[in-house]
Design a protein around this ligand. Sequence first.
Ligand SMILES: NC(=O)c1ccc[n+]([C@@H]2O[C@H](COP(=O)([O-])OP(=O)(O)OC[C@H]3O[C@@H](n4cnc5c(N)ncnc54)[C@H](OP(=O)(O)O)[C@@H]3O)[C@@H](O)[C@H]2O)c1
Length: 274
Amino acid sequence: MSLRLDSRIVLNNGVKMPVLGLGTAGAEGKRCVAAVREALRIGYRLIDTASAYGNEKDVGTAVRGSGISREDLFVTSKVRNGDQGYESTLRACGESLRRLRMDYLDLYLIHWPVPGKRLQTWRAMVELLESGKARAIGVSNFMADHLEGLARESAIVPAVNQIELSPFLRQGEAVAYCRRHGVQVEAYSPLTRGRRLKDPTIGALAEKLGRSPAQVLIRWSLQNAFVAIPKSVVAERIRENADVFNFELPAEAVKTLDGLDQDLHFDWDPTDVP
Ligand SMILES: NC(=O)c1ccc[n+]([C@@H]2O[C@H](COP(=O)([O-])OP(=O)(O)OC[C@H]3O[C@@H](n4cnc5c(N)ncnc54)[C@H](OP(=O)(O)O)[C@@H]3O)[C@@H](O)[C@H]2O)c1
C-alpha cells in the first residue's frame, strides 16, 4: 500500500507512529508556534521537540490552538544530557510535560548515549513507559554498540532510534542492528540541514523527476522505511516537504542516492562514544 501523510507504522509495542513529522530544532517563540500550527493545519501529526531545543512551551501552545485532539497527535520529546540519570530523568520528563502542558508524550527519547549514565536513564524511561507518561520510549544517536549494551541490561527494546541519516550518511551498521531487533529508525537532519540541497546528483534527480531536492531526500528516507522529520519554519517549505506522497523514486534513483554515502555528519558523530 502506498504511503500517505496520515500513514502510521506500528512500533514494537503496538503504538502507531506517523511516517513523516516536523522537526523543530532551532525554532523558538512565535516562529515555532506558527510553523507547528501550519504543519498541523496541512496534516502533519508528528512533532519532534526536545528539552534541549527550548521550545516545548511553543509546541504546546501551537498544539493547543490547533483544534486537533490529543489522541490524533504524536509528540516526541527527549531527555537532555545534563538531566540523564534515574531520578533526574523522571524529573525531566515531568518538566517537559509541564512545559508542553500535556499529560503524556507519545515518544520519549534518550537524546544522546551519555557514558556512565544511559543505563540508569533507561531504567527511568521504562518506569515512565509503565506509568503511562510515555506511550513509547526510545533512544537517539545510539550506534549498534550502544544498543547492544542496553540490550545486555534491559529486556525492554527501544521502540525507536532517532539518528542522523541521509544518502550521504547511511549508517549501515546501526540501521541493520535496528532492523534485526525491531527498533524503528527515525531520520533526523534528513535534508542534511540544507547543506547538500545543491548537490549536483540530487539536483539532476530532482529535475528529472520534476521535484525539489528536499522532496527527493525525504522520499529516500521514506523508501528506506525511516520515519523522517524535516525541519522548516517556512510555510511553503513545510508544505513542500509533506508533498512527497504522490511520486516514488525509481529503484535506479535509490541506487544512485545510496552511492553518495560518505559518512558525512552535520551533527556530532556518536560512533566513538564509549
Ligand atoms: N536527536 C538528535 O540529536 C537530533 C539532532 C538534530 C536534529 N534532530 C531533529 O531532526 C529535525 C530535523 O533535522 P535538522 O533540523 O537538523 O535538519 P534538516 O531537517 O535536515 O534541515 C533543516 C534545514 O533545511 C532548511 N529547509 C527545510 N526545508 C527546506 C526546503 N524544502 N528547501 C530548502 N531548505 C529547506 C531549513 O530552513 P528553514 O527552517 O528556514 O526552512 C533548515 O535550515 C530537527 O529539527 C530535530 O527535531 C534531532
